[in-house]
Design a protein around this ligand. Sequence first.
Ligand SMILES: *Cc1c(COP(=O)(O)O)cnc(C)c1O
Length: 293
Amino acid sequence: MNSADLLIPSPIRELTDVVFEKAGLKVFVKRDDLIHSEVSGNKWRKLKYNLAELSGEKPGTVITFGGAYSNHLAALASLGHIEGIRTIGIVRGDELTPLSSPTLRHCSSRGMELYFVSRNEYREKEHGALAKLLLTRTPDTLIIPEGGTNHLALKGVGEIPDECSGAGISPDFYVVPAGTGGTTAGLLLRGCSVVSVAVLKNAGFLREDIGQWASTGLLDLQLDYHFGGYGRYNQQLIDFIAWFETQHGVPLEQVYTGKMFYGLYDLIKRGYFAEGTTLVAVHTGGLQGKLER
Ligand SMILES: *Cc1c(COP(=O)(O)O)cnc(C)c1O
């Protein structure tokens, strides 16, 4: 990608609110959502080194996996379009079409080839029948797992603390939303302490998944801010997002960043953090999936 199109290091700024003042906290937001107009947030960080891996032998093909609302699919489709790399998305749900969601429409418009498979086949990932067939037909293929989480992705995420310390900020805790937990793991690998807000229900398994990637750092996994499950939301969350956007001038969406900031505010109001604590909340992007209002 043309580095002139990238806002790296991403901006970081302090949020002001009497709630933070009263609790004696400093709260910063790291605006990874501003990194690029289409390939942004943690998806850019996760793809950065994966792409470098591929670019030696361009044009290659990248195959990846995702659901109908996957920001990872959308980011990879845009990246492929920009870099002239063929992208293939294997999508969960054989009842879907390229028109089923704004995300899938975006992927098609950026030239991603979409294949729709049953939930059973999807679970088999690269060992599923279709994926195997595609792989034998397309040599020189990179497979990137669901959500983009692999070792190279963790390395990309691990640059967040470098950018923060470059700006003179070394927080006591990072705050991030968790889907697969890759972003959380990338920060933990760097020895950071991370408050990780799970956006899915019954997400206790993430502790083990994250532990397989990173055994350093300090993980504080928050399981109570999923709002009914992945992609679910209610009026309370929508109202909070609208309030937050007015208060801070920072856009949020309802799948990840809205739940993270809701959880962060709730913890702060309950006196969870000691006075004098500095927090950096990472805005992981995802605004392409924002509900239209
Ligand atoms: C994918 C995504 C996440 C989840 O990141 P994981 O590394 O899978 O935990 C968080 N926020 C946004 C905006 C995302 O698109």
